[in-house]
Design a protein around this ligand. Structure first.
Ligand code: ADP
Ligand code: MG
Length: 623
């Protein structure tokens, strides 16, 4: 078309499209759920805006918040249309091609190693999955602030945009037309599409219709001659039989003017029942439904089940319903941008209306790995996001969510038969699916343990609860992970402090001279080997009235020895000499100690100084 403006795709986007178009990936179905999810997002956006401005929805069909699927077999075109917010010309240029999202290159990388396209939605590039099934795509869009435009591309590195002067006006919203590849003709079959929508888009909160065909019986006027022929009484009939025949002839006489034929009619057929799972009673929702709901929230359509979930109804001054999930795996960028990201994975609804999924007031940062939603009855509907953000009941919601989240995590541990403690063991015995829960907590710990540590650092109110969830190895744990409760339960009688040591690896720590004496005396020492542990231990001062003692620091007391004083006296001259020999710039003090066994001497950190490990970490950060 002459008036079309041409654009090049941003380089990463172009690479992504190449990969998709050449992909041998067999599960091409995923494009449909990506398009439906985009349609649903667009509908959420316009519905949200309409809360403060009713006019925005318009009238008639325009105000219907729905998604429509149409098949055009003759032209091999599948189209998906929504009455969502739509895109202006500028939106089309930016969103569909020229601006690469942060996930783009991460996804390209992942594709090259795994080839698994299933996760495309999680990386914010789901739209491009249309090229799995189409070689030419048109996006027709009408936003309230602009004229209707068409975006089109054959995935050849470029796309074009024109003002739309030939298609029917959409009113508002977006229609995506997929010109299907020869090998993707199955997506013109109604049955296939109905199946896919039911499978993948069950939890979309807007009605999804398909322009479906239906065979119905219709009465049509019957041909007179034909009907007479049929109804002629058999010649051989006896009198009695004739009576019967006469009767049936009477019956048929009424019908004789019409006959039944099959006819195909087309109509919009609703494919989903738009039920909100979180409004139902938790008792009525099955495990399978929660799993599916999780998949739709997470845009994760693997077979992985969430590790756990919590569905509850908060009552009182602040009423809300919530569903929280612990995902099976940490998302690819969970800790990458921890300190500057504010992204929570919680969706906020107010009275069934989606408000936002970027509300950082709902959960503290360290719980960003959770997924779920909150639907509040208390928050006002007709205010801006900014005003909602300051609403006082958000604090209460947050407090309750944290409590529930930590409970849910504690339960993962309690139900795991591999976890220690009698109480926990008992809980595990009761559960029927022991096998499934076996090792679940160590899986949790491997994926999200760092979040718990960050929580201990950040959340003073819940520090003790979080400390209960800590796991680590120790000089006696035999390669297994243990908890603080477990450590305390086997402390030696008379042991007051919890001993720990920090370092870069368990192997290094096991050889540490600081451990010699403690080992000999049969004390257990916790190994902290994650860089974050150094920070953690600046916040975690005590647990259950026991103090933490770094065994590489000054102040380690292993019980009094009667000879201590004597030894100190007799070596006084030597320690004095050492002190001057090393000079005060290098050491604070030189002491006789009972912490060693074979090693003659050791450098100890002063009580408030950085441990050697911390020095190492700080050095690696400044380099
Ligand atoms: P994501 O949905 O994760 O943002 P996509 O690749 O699926 O990533 O979509 C890219 C962007 O294109 C969306 O963020 C949105 O701005 C825009 N978009 C896609 N489909 C629609 C639609 N049906 N209506 C309005 N905007 C859309
Ligand atoms: Mg999307």
């Amino acid at each position: 078309r002459g008036s079309a403006e041409k654009f090049e795709f941003q380089a990463e986007v172009s690479r992504l499209m190449d990969i998709i178009i050449n992909s041998l990936y067999s599960n091409k179905d995923i494009f449909l759920r990506e398009l439906i999810s985009n349609a649903s997002d667009a509908l959420d956006k316009i519905r949200f805006l309409s809360l403060t401005d009713k006019e925005i929805l318009g009238e008639g069909d325009n105000s219907k918040l729905e998604i429509q699927i149409k098949l055009d077999k003759a032209n091999k075109v599948l189209s998906i249309r929504d009455r969502g917010i739509g895109m202006t010309k500028e939106d089309l240029i930016k969103n569909l091609g020229t601006i690469a999202k942060s996930g783009t290159s991460a996804f390209v990388e992942k594709m090259q190693t795994s080839g698994d396209l299933n996760l495309i939605g999680q990386f914010g590039v789901g739209f491009y999955s249309v090229y799995l099934v189409a070689d030419y795509v048109e996006v027709i869009s009408k936003h309230n602030d602009d004229k209707q435009h068409v975006w089109e591309s054959k995935a050849d590195g470029a796309f074009a945009i024109s003002e739309d002067t030939w298609n029917e006006p959409l009113g508002r919203g977006t229609e995506i037309r997929l010109h299907l590849r020869d090998e993707a003709q199955e997506y013109l079959e109604e049955g296939k599409l109905k199946d896919l929508v039911k499978r993948y888009s069950e939890f979309i909160n807007f009605p999804i219709y398909i322009w479906g065909s239906k065979e119905i019986d219709v009465d049509v006027p019957a041909d007179e001659d034909e009907s007479n022929d049929e109804e002629a009484p058999p010649e051989s009939s006896s009198e009695e039989e004739e009576d019967d025949a006469e009767k049936s002839e009477d019956d048929d006489a009424e019908k004789s003017k019409t006959k039944k034929v099959k006819e195909t009619i087309y109509e919009w057929e609703l494919l989903n029942d738009v039920k909100a799972i979180w409004l139902r009673s938790p008792k009525e929702v099955t495990e399978e439904e929660y799993t599916k709901f999780y998949h739709s929230l997470a845009k994760d359509f693997s077979d992985d089940k969430p590790m756990s979930w919590s569905h509850f109804n908060a009552e009182g001054d602040v009423e809300f319903k919530a569903v929280l999930f612990v995902p099976p795996k940490a998302p690819h960028d969970l800790y990458e941008s921890y300190y500057n990201s504010k992204k929570s994975n919680l969706k906020l609804y107010v009275r069934r209306v989606f408000i936002s999924d970027e509300f950082d007031e709902l959960l503290p940062k360290y719980l960003n790995f959770l997924l779920g939603l909150v639907d509040s009855d208390t928050l006002p509907l007709n205010v801006s996001r900014e005003m909602l953000q300051q609403h006082s009941s958000l604090k209460t919601i947050k407090k309750k969510l944290i409590r529930k989240a930590l409970d849910m995590i504690r339960k993962i541990a309690e139900e795991d038969p591999d976890e220690f403690s009698d109480k926990e063991k008992k809980a595990a015995e009761k559960s029927s699916d022991d096998d499934e829960k076996k090792g679940q907590y160590s899986r949790f710990w491997n994926e999200f343990g760092k979040s718990i540590k960050l929580g201990i650092i950040e959340d003073a109110t819940n520090r003790n609860r979080l400390a209960k969830l800590l796991r680590f190895e120790s000089s006696k744990s035999d390669g297994k992970l243990i908890s603080l409760d477990q450590y305390i339960s086997r402390m030696k009688s008379g042991q007051k402090d919890i001993f720990y040591i920090t370092g870069s690896s368990k192997e290094q720590l096991e050889k540490s001279p600081f451990l010699e004496r403690l080992k000999k005396k049969n004390y257990e020492v916790i190994f902290f080997t994650d860089p974050v542990d150094e920070y953690l231990m600046q916040y975690l001062m005590d647990y259950e009235d026991k103090k933490f003692q770094n065994v590489s620091k000054e102040g380690l007391k292993l019980g009094k020895d009667s000879k201590d004083k004597e030894l100190k006296e007799s070596f006084k001259d030597l320690t004095k000499w050492w002190k001057t020999a090393l000079s005060f710039d290098n050491v604070d003090d030189v002491k006789v100690s009972n912490r060693l066994d074979n090693t003659p001497c050791v450098v100890v950190t002063s009580k408030y100084g950085w441990s050697a490990n911390m020095e190492r970490i700080m050095q690696s950060q400044t380099l």
